[in-house]
Ligand binder design. Structure first.
Ligand code: DX5
Ligand code: ZN
Length: 222
């Protein structure tokens, strides 16, 4: 089952509730939250308070992608606020096993994120302790960037790694996914596809969500 996760980073925050509702009505499966602190990445976004507000009205699982320094400090807050999935970057989490165990001990799904310039081999041990891997296909920090082409080969190699080490691990791909390349990314092995500007940068969020969801569902048929 391929899942669509709209990233609200590119949403119109004046109409955020309305736009999240449009994603729900358009058939989205998960809502992706890009949490940034201006240190790990050169941008600042939002914290647990936003998830708390959305959680009250949104029936979908909330996916907190932590692009922050020392993420372990805030994991309890994000899970208390309603995060069902929490991912931390392998590049800035030296005590990765302990951090992943913390996420799981608090009842959320644990994910490890890997940047485009980081070798996949660093995931070998972590795969035993995660529910999902978040493969970045752009450099983290901003929406609307171009999909890094080598990400497709990385995705295929990651899929092989997962199948040989822990087949139940879910692969989520994040960054630069649009109508034009979403089928290719789905077919290359993505289980969850994150789309930000490819949904919120369009006129009709509900219709665009529905179109992308139909595309990834069709990728399973062919
Ligand atoms: C980038 C974020 C991505 C991004 C996706 O740091 O992790 O989730 O918002 O946005 P698009 O789909 O516009 O690349
Ligand atoms: Zn993200």
């Amino acid at each position: 089952m391929k899942l669509l996760a709209p990233s609200i980073l590119s949403a119109d925050f004046w109409r955020l509730g309305e736009q999240v509702n449009a994603c729900v009505e358009g058939g989205a499966d998960i809502i992706h939250f890009d949490v940034m602190d201006g240190h790990f990445v050169p941008n600042i976004t939002f914290g647990p308070l936003l998830l708390e507000s959305i959680k009250k009205h949104c029936p979908l699982p909330l996916d907190a992608h932590l692009m922050i320094e020392k993420p372990e400090r805030y994991i309890p807050d994000f899970i208390r606020a309603g995060a069902d999935m929490v991912s931390v970057h392998v590049e800035n989490t030296p005590h990765l096993h302990r951090t992943l165990e913390l996420i799981r001990s608090l009842g959320a799904k644990a994910g490890v994120v890997i940047n485009p310039g980081t070798a996949l081999s660093v995931l070998e041990e972590a795969l035993h302790y995660v529910d999902f891997v978040l493969l970045m296909s752009v450099n983290p920090g901003f929406g609307g960037q171009k999909f890094i082409e080598r990400s497709l080969q990385r995705l295929r190699r990651l899929k092989t790694m997962v199948e040989s080490i822990k087949p139940e691990v879910i692969i989520e791909v994040d960054g630069g996914i649009k109508e034009e390349n979403i089928l290719e990314v789905a077919r290359a092995g993505a289980d969850i596809l994150v789309v930000g500007s490819g949904i919120f940068g369009t006129e009709d969020v509900k219709a665009q969500t529905r179109k992308l969801k139909n595309l990834i569902t069709s990728s399973e048929a062919s």
